[in-house]
Ligand binder design. Structure first.
Ligand SMILES: C[S@@+](CC[C@H](N)C(=O)[O-])C[C@H]1O[C@@H](n2cnc3c(N)ncnc32)[C@H](O)[C@@H]1O
Length: 248
């Protein structure tokens, strides 16, 4: 259990403010607009519900799920109890219920390895209606360099630079493309400080794309970013694919 997603879930929007991933969110909303009216969207690993809120505001029928009750508590305060639920991605069992299934900010990399990722992808495929799309933002370890990076954000009452978020990502040896993410969260006015390491798996967009093909999704594309350019240097690319009506 990672503290950033559990005990400190109520601080998530402090170190990662809602506008932080605005370009990624705009990309998702563009895909949603292209897929149906209204589009039914599932956000897997929705965290504090920022994307779900933006999607609902755009007229999308959005639902978020997350394994963390603390994250869902924050998300439900934002979007209401009907639009966010505690659920593991490993337990998704909907059938043809969504036009678009997305998973942003490396949620899929919390799978235990390739076999579990393939099982989750099968579930995502089943959850899509024919012609629906998956959009998966995954870690790509080949593009991380172990450099320490920092964000400084306003505190809970708006004091500038009150929150410090340090992070660095490193490739590690082992099976299933492991990668280590290290995070330091500190808030001066709240006198809070925490440091933790997350072990990510399948941190390779090409390997994830191969799994996406293996479960029968088609037109698999790997994009460097929300700009939809070819993979070149991003540590956080997108894998996109379409559910065709063929075999299950
Ligand atoms: C880095 S956060 C990203 C949150 C949000 N998607 C965003 O972009 O801000 C990863 C999220 O994945 C969730 N998560 C981790 N393992 C999960 C699982 N097995 N099923 C569903 N959600 C999971 C965590 O609780 C956390 O909220």
């Amino acid at each position: 259990m990672y503290r950033l997603f559990h005990e400190l879930a109520h601080r998530y929007d402090l170190h990662t403010p809602p506008d932080h991933y605005r370009h990624d969110h705009a990309f998702v909303l563009g895909q949603a607009a292209a897929l149906g009216s209204p589009c039914r969207l599932l956000d897997v690993g929705c965290g504090t519900g920022v994307l779900v809120e933006k999607a609902l505001q755009a007229g999308v029928l959005a639902t978020g799920i997350d394994v963390s009750p603390a994250m869902i508590h924050v998300a439900q305060a934002r979007v209401g109890t009907g639009a966010a639920a505690v659920r593991r991605m490993q337990d998704i069992d909907d059938e043809a219920a969504y036009d678009l299934v997305v998973s942003l900010s490396w949620t899929l990399n919390y799978c235990s390895g390739r076999a579990e990722l393939v099982d989750v992808l099968r579930r995502l495929r089943r959850a899509l209606r024919p012609g629906g799309r998956v959009l998966l933002q995954v870690a790509h370890a080949a593009h991380v360099d172990g450099r320490l990076m920092e964000d400084r954000e306003p505190g809970p009452t708006g004091e500038p630079d009150d929150v410090l978020f340090l992070y660095r990502f490193m490739r590690v040896e082992g099976e299933d493309w492991p990668m280590r993410a290290e995070y330091v969260y500190a808030c001066k006015s709240l006198n809070e400080l925490t440091h933790e390491q997350h072990l990510l798996r399948m941190a390779d967009a090409h390997a994830v794309a191969a799994c996406v093909r293996e479960v029968g999704l088609r037109d698999v594309q790997v994009y460097d970013s929300w700009r939809r350019d070819p993979l070149q240097g991003s540590p956080s690319p997108f894998v996109s694919a379409i559910q065709e009506a063929a075999s299950r």
